[in-house]
Design a protein around this ligand. Structure first.
Ligand SMILES: Nc1ncnc2c1ncn2[C@@H]1O[C@H](COP(=O)(O)OP(=O)(O)OP(=O)(O)O)[C@@H](O)[C@H]1O
Length: 559
């Protein structure tokens, strides 16, 4: 507003200036006369130099104030962008597991990059637009002082311009939406493809995807061109519209009403300045409409992730003295029942294997145990306490988990085992690698634990990746180790070694092991085998005597 006043006063100083230059000895009338009297009242002589100085100073002050304001906006934009990103990451990491299964992950890459930037741009453009609207209002007030008729004409001309050019604002928004949609699709598709690229390349079938991407790229290019035209047309057509309105106005003032040329000139300058600011606001609105698409999209992503927030379970800290009990647990994905009234135990200090055919519900059982899903009925008890009343994060931190589809990060072996947590010592790392049966192959690597494993661990064999994943699960000395088909990629001898290592660990430390496996090696070595078929527990084989209420100590179990 202050910048608007400064500019308005600067431009308005032209009126007394022109009057002064055309002065022929008689006392000037009107506003110029009032200004002269005002200055004389303070003993200031109105000179050309004074009014030119006011003009230059007004413009300088406007530039300085605008710079300060825009710098402030720039800082706020950086805050908005960072906050959007952090909010998205926070919401994503706190969402329940079923949420990720339904999302193409590439969508988040775009949200975190381009859409967060768009959110900042939308904030910037909105601030700029607000400033321009305030400047228009300030101008309007200043022009009103000169002539309310001129103020109305200016608003009228501004409105004609806004309404004529609004079409280009709408086109810009529509094309921005189209671009956003197709860029999201492209990134999501490419991310998916890169994750599973090996078989596509191996079968020579990546070409089909290339065609799909090219189609998206063509649509994006077309939308981008249309948007560029709309932006430039919005800007370029302002001047002819303004010139036409001005020509009509000047003709009316000079020819029809025979007004003073000096005053008409000043009026014309004020009119042009005000209408130009309205034009700038129109461009600002267009820019807001374009940036708004990414902003709305990231806000929707954050809201959706937040709506899928995992229940916090801020309950009691868990203990693990007796073990886990599944009591009549039923779980369904949508309407399909996957686990049906399953009851079994995972006693502490023993090795339990869940076996069964493909799709029997073994992985789902583990997901339920980890609180990644919640059963529709029945209970999962940890030491007799329902999982729903236990602090979920503390419970998960007591577990070591090796999933069926394991992923290593593109980092060193060491970081993959420690997950970058600095509290683990060299000794911890060596112990975990040894227990996971990985020390032989790690010691043969020229760079040892400092070896970079490649994208998703691609520089290691499947069996080596599994052993590193087991080491990662063991390093924090979990109470229960969950292995979901964790040794399937190993040859029988290496698998037997790992089974032996894990059994020794269980016997010596009281570690509870829950293995999911089709392989006979685990079932043979287990104390307890639960067989699932079609989501139901069909057999339970207890090879040692235990009850959930009165657990066998680990050593006697071994005996
Ligand atoms: N997110 C999901 N949405 C819907 N159905 C699912 C989902 N995840 C798994 N299923 C279904 O649940 C059933 C059990 O899957 P689960 O992964 O638990 O089986 P599994 O016994 O571990 O099989 P496998 O030995 O082949 O790994 C399958 O029929 C599967 O199609």
């Amino acid at each position: 507003m202050l910048a608007g006043i400064a500019e308005g006063v600067g431009v308005a100083s032209l009126l007394p200036l022109v009057t002064l230059m055309g002065q022929t000895g008689s006392q000037p009338k009107g506003i110029a006369g009032a200004i002269f009297n005002f200055l004389h009242g303070y003993g200031i002589e109105p000179t050309v130099g004074l009014f030119l100085s006011v003009l230059v100073f007004g413009m300088l002050l406007k530039a300085t104030l605008s710079l300060v304001a825009l710098h402030q906006v720039g800082r706020a934009v950086a805050d908005v962008t960072v906050r959007m990103r952090l909010q998205l990451i926070d919401a994503l990491l706190a969402a329940r597991w079923s949420y990720y299964v339904r999302q193409p992950v590439g969508r988040f890459a775009n949200a975190l990059g381009a859409e967060a930037n768009d959110a900042g741009a939308a904030y910037h453009q909105s601030a700029q637009l607000t400033a321009e609207l305030i400047q228009i209002a300030t101008y309007f007030a200043i022009v009103m002082i000169f002539s309310w008729k001129l103020a109305l004409v200016a608003i009228g001309v501004g409105l004609i311009m806004v309404l004529t050019l609004n079409r280009f604002v709408i086109i810009a928004k529509r094309t921005a939406r189209k671009q956003n949609r197709h860029i999201k699709r492209m990134i999501a598709g490419l991310t998916d493809l890169l994750v599973g690229l090996k078989p596509m390349k191996a079968m020579g079938r990546q070409g089909r995807f290339q065609t799909l991407f090219e189609r998206d790229a063509r649509i994006i290019r077309k939308a981008q061109r249309k948007q560029s035209f709309a932006r430039h047309a919005n800007k370029a057509l302002q001047e002819p519209i303004l010139a036409a309105c001005l020509a009509i106005g000047l003709y009316g003032a000079l020819v029809i009403w025979q007004a003073q040329p000096g005053e008409v000139l000043i009026m014309a300058v004020l009119l042009v300045r005000m209408v130009t600011t309205i034009g700038k606001a129109q461009e600002g609105l267009q820019a807001v409409r374009i940036a708004e698409v990414g902003f709305v999209s990231i806000i929707e992503a954050i809201d959706y992730a937040r709506s899928a927030r995992e229940p916090a379970h801020v309950g009691a800290d868990p203990t693990f003295e007796r073990g886990v009990t599944f009591r009549d647990v039923t779980f369904a994905y949508d309407d399909t029942t996957i686990i049906e009234r399953a009851s079994f135990e995972v006693p502490r200090g023993l090795v339990t294997t869940i076996t069964g055919g493909s799709g029997a519900g073994k992985t789902t059982t583990v997901d339920l145990l980890l609180g990644l899903h919640e059963p529709q009925s029945g209970e999962i008890l940890i030491d007799g306490k329902p999982l729903s009343e236990i602090d979920l994060v503390s419970w998960r931190r007591m577990t070591g988990y090796v999933p069926q589809e394991l992923i290593l990060f593109h980092d060193t072996l060491l970081s993959n085992v420690t997950l970058g947590e600095p509290e683990f010592t060299q000794e911890d790392v060596e112990r975990a690698i040894e227990a996971a049966g990985a020390s032989d192959f790690v010691s043969r690597l020229p760079e040892g634990v400092q070896t970079i494993v490649g994208e998703r661990g691609a520089r290691l064999s499947g069996g080596q990746r599994q052993r590193i994943a087991i080491a990662r699960a063991l390093i924090h000395r979990p109470k229960i180790l969950i292995l979901d088909e964790a040794t399937t990629a190993l040859d029988p001898e290496t698998e037997a070694n790992i089974v032996r290592n894990v059994l020794e660990l269980a016997r010596s430390t009281g570690l509870t092991v829950l293995a999911i496996s089709h392989q006979p090696a685990w079932a043979r070595a287990s104390d307890h085998v639960v067989r699932l078929e079609g989501g139901r527990v069909v057999t339970v084989e207890r090879r040692v005597d235990f009850t959930a209420e009165t657990p066998e100590p680990a050593s006697s179990a071994s005996a």
